[in-house]
Design a protein around this ligand. Structure first.
Ligand code: GUN
Length: 286
């Protein structure tokens, strides 16, 4: 029987630490500020953004929410980012992805001041992560690492398999596991004998966006299984990329959906915004 990793509880603990640090920073004259930009009407993205704004209020941050219509021109979006880059009340800028197709995601991310890039998606921050010299880590992979740490799971020397190779989760996740001295394999849609590979994992992290894709027969006895998925099952019910029921008896640790990785992603966004505010203080002194 697997131990359930309670992401909601762990997120709450980390948010308490962030709240205390925020109060100290406010007393020193700086209130961390996050600007969130959403373009278009994607309902899932709107829920994510609403939760991010709510989490800011809970820990005492200033936040600004920009809801732009789907037909917003690229230049308009870039000029909003430029304005926020120059705004001393804003320490973090997040542009919710995906963007409508007529907008160039790479150009938009490149326009964000790397010091305010709390998603860690800017090319400069991605490069820094590769070298292990980062200011920010991408929120979801960092949240997964925090869940492992809190659960007392040591990554060093473990066989880690990441299923999914997105820029947001799979690729940076593999890098963070490598930094923690794991032996890492990345699997994706073209991988041969996927089940053989997933069954070799001591730590299996799944981020492919396919409901209940990983079943009990695809994991090793005693594996740690982390589910980054956020999908709907055949009845429209929220579920993950891992078939929880068939993995439950075989895994040693398992994250639920909802209540696993999800709450940690927002918590890491708060952590990054706090770090960005602290960094801005250091830059002021120089
Ligand atoms: N869309 C899905 N996940 C994320 C995320 O972590 N950050 C942003 N900006 N957009 C997303």
């Amino acid at each position: 029987m697997a131990k359930i990793i309670d992401g909601k509880y762990i997120a709450q603990q980390v948010r308490c630490e962030i709240k205390a640090e925020t109060q100290a920073l406010i007393a020193a004259g700086i209130r961390p500020g996050l600007a969130v930009i959403i373009v278009g009407e994607d309902s899932a993205s709107k829920v994510y953004v609403r939760n991010k704004i709510k989490a800011c209020a809970e820990v005492g941050f200033h936040s600004e929410n920009y809801e732009l219509p789907a037909e917003t021109e690229q230049e308009e979006l870039l000029s909003l980012i430029k304005k926020l880059n120059a705004d001393p009340a804003i320490h973090g800028i997040l542009v919710q992805l995906p963007l409508p197709r007529h907008l160039d995601e790479n150009k938009v991310i490149a326009a964000i001041d790397p010091k305010k890039d709390v998603d860690a998606f800017h090319i400069q921050n991605v490069g820094k992560i590769m070298l292990g010299q980062y200011d920010f880590l991408p929120c979801t992979p960092a949240g997964v690492m925090k869940l492992l740490e809190y659960s007392g799971i040591d990554v060093a020397g473990k066989d880690c398999v990441v299923v999914g190779r997105s820029n947001i989760v799979g690729k940076p996740q593999a890098m963070l596991l490598l930094h923690a001295n794991g032996t890492v394999q990345i699997c994706h849609s073209k991988t041969k004998n996927l089940a053989e590979k997933t069954a070799s994992a001591d730590i299996l992290i799944v981020a492919i966006g396919k409901a209940k894709f990983i079943t009990g027969d695809m994991i090793k006895e005693g594996a740690v299984v982390i589910d980054v998925g956020m999908d709907r099952d055949e009845n429209g019910k929220l579920c993950g990329d891992v078939d929880f029921d068939s993995c439950f008896d075989k895994a040693s640790y398992l994250t639920p959906v909802p209540g696993g990785v999800g709450p940690m992603t927002i918590t890491m966004l708060l952590r990054n915004t706090l770090s960005a505010a602290k960094l801005s203080m250091k830059q002021d002194i120089k």
